[in-house]
Each structure stands twice: as C-alpha cells, then as structure tokens.
Design a protein around this ligand. Structure first.
Ligand code: NAD
Length: 290
C-alpha cells in the first residue's frame, strides 16, 4: 500500500528490495521512505508454522524484519516461509542439537539474530493425579526446556540490544484445573524470563513474556485442523463459551497476540524488561457476581 509519492523516482532502479519494501510500509523516514517497526531486524519465531507463531511471523515480515520460521511441521512451515519471504528451519525446541543447527543456519543466512520469540508449545489435559510422568515430562520438554534451550542457544549470538519474547500463558500466573503440567511449565517460563532479563540487561537485551488467555488457534479450537469441520462456526461457538467467562466476551485472536509480540520486540517497549504481559480479555481481572 503506497502512502505517498516516492520523492526520488529516478533512483528506483537502484533501490534494494528492502528499500522498496520500506516505501510500501506505514511511516516514513526523513527522505520520505516508509519504515517498518522491525526494519533491519532478524527474528527467529518458534512454532511459527501455524497459530500465534504464524501471525507473529506474518506481522514481523510486514514490519520489515527478516524472519526465521521454525517448527516441526515442515510442510506448513516451508509453505508459510515461501509465501512471506522468510527462511524455514526444522526445529524441535526440546532438542539442543536442533537449536544449534537452526541458529547456525539463521546466522549463515542473515549474518546475525537480534530477536527471538519462544512461541512453540503443547497442551495436555489431565488432572494432576491422573497425569502420567511421561506426559508431564513431554509438556515440560517442549514448553519449559524449549524456552530454556532457546535462550541458552540464541543468547550468546543475539546482538546487544536485542529482544526475547517468551510465550507463557494465563496459566503461568494462575491455576487452572486439568492442565497441571502445562501450568507448571508456563509458571517456569515466567521464572526463566525474569532471570534472563536480569542476566542479559547489561547487554541491553530485553526479555519479556506474554500470558495469553484463551486464543482461537488449533490449541483451543482443534476444528481448525479438520478440513471437514466449519472452523468459523467453531470460533463462534468458542466466543459463545467465553462470553460467560471473559469480561470482553469472546476468545482472543492470534493476531492480537502477534500485536503484543511486535510491541515487545520493537523499540516501542524500549524501557520494558523482565515482565509478564497478560492478554486475556480481562479474564484474570477477577469474577463478577452481578
Ligand atoms: P498451536 O497449537 O496452533 O501452535 C503451536 C505451534 O508450536 C505449532 O505450530 C506446533 O507445530 C509447534 N510446536 C509444537 N511442539 C513443538 C516443538 N517441540 N518444536 C517446535 N515447534 C513445536 O497453538 P498456539 O495457540 O498458536 O500456541 C502458541 C503458544 O501460545 C504456545 O506456547 C501455547 O502454549 C501458548 N498459548 C496458547 C493459548 C491458546 O489458547 N491457544 C493460550 C495461552 C498460551
């Protein structure tokens, strides 16, 4: 979308792809070239093949970043990367060797990394007393160890002044029956976030966490994965369900979480680090008895 006329049309043939993209974005620099909030940034997003990670990858590209789409869903991840002009890497976040390969590939491609969004996650439903140890460990391996390995592997190469955004959850700040392993892992993500913020602050690296309530992705709405199901009807059903629970009266959308991830990754949040950001339509505010 063009917001103004290029003041130097005769130089168009000399413009790089990035400069042309800047011209297409919202704000402009002193010469009238448009600038994205993440121009010049290189951000790796885990679990980016679908859901919130996909929306983060899309939004970050729109805002000028080079994006590394990382996931275990290779077909979907590759298709997304191809569509938005990103790099796809296979990355099981629970595996240290995968992390090392992914980071090496990203640095070889772009020269540096200055942003990480630890988004990949899994959810399992079980009461604590019924949770098999293997299931508990599986959830921790992805949600908690994955976040730890991401910071441990990317941290040493992350440019000074870079950003890390960890995806915790509403269940990282309160309890929820039936998701004990998940809640434990997300509480841990907040602990890791605070410690990393303290340890990386001397390099100007900011580390924050997002705590989404219910968000309309495959995790909360498996119907979106079933080609024969009506995903939109399922979303409307979830809105009806959350109308009773959430003050804003609906389930959240992955694009809304992506907007928060953008805020925490961009200079708009330049004096914020070590904090959990709840994005839940007011769910955590309390209960209403009227
Ligand atoms: P989703 O299931 O649509 O996406 C999760 C993504 O993570 C998928 O692309 C999946 O392939 C990927 N993934 C899973 N295991 C992985 C692994 N070992 N290595 C790499 N990638 C892996 O769900 P979503 O809602 O987009 O979830 C994104 C994050 O948001 C997760 O951390 C989740 O716990 C968190 N979250 C979700 C909700 C919600 O209601 N949807 C609420 C709070 C927090």
């Amino acid at each position: 979308m063009h917001r103004g006329k290029c003041p130097y049309p005769w130089v168009t043939c000399y413009l790089t792809y990035r400069q042309i993209r800047r011209y297409d974005a919202n704000s402009t620099d002193a010469k009238g070239f448009a600038m994205g909030k993440l121009d010049g940034r290189v951000v790796l997003v885990t679990g980016a093949a679908r859901g919130q990670g996909e929306q983060e990858a899309r939004l970050f590209r729109e805002e000028g970043a080079e994006v590394v789409v990382a996931d275990v869903l290779d077909e979907q991840g590759e298709a997304l990367a191809e569509e938005i002009g990103a790099l796809y890497v296979h990355l099981d976040v629970g595996r240290e060797d995968d992390w090392q390969r992914a980071v090496q590939t990203a640095v070889e491609e772009y020269g540096y990394i200055d942003g990480l969004v630890n988004n990949a996650g899994i959810l399992r439903f079980n009461t604590l007393l019924d949770t098999p140890l293997a299931e508990f460990m599986q959830v921790l391996q992805v949600n908690q160890v994955g976040c730890f390995l991401g910071m441990k592997t990317v941290g040493p190469v992350l440019s000074d002044g870079g950003t890390i955004v960890n995806t915790a959850s509403y269940t990282g700040v309160t309890g929820m029956a039936g998701v004990g392993a998940y809640a434990a892992s997300k509480h841990a993500v907040l602990g890791l976030t605070r410690v990393a913020a303290l340890e990386l602050a001397p390099r100007g690296i900011r580390v924050n966490a997002m705590c989404p309530g219910a968000v309309d992705t495959a995790m909360s709405n498996p119907a979106v994965l079933d080609p024969s199901a009506d995903g939109e009807e399922a979303s409307r059903g979830l809105d009806r369900f959350y109308r009773k629970l959430v003050p804003l009266g609906r389930i959240g959308r992955p694009q809304e979480v992506a907007a928060l991830a953008l805020f925490l990754t961009s200079a708009d949040s330049s004096y914020i680090t070590g904090q959990p950001f709840v994005i839940d339509g007011g769910w955590l505010a309390g209960v209403s008895v009227i």
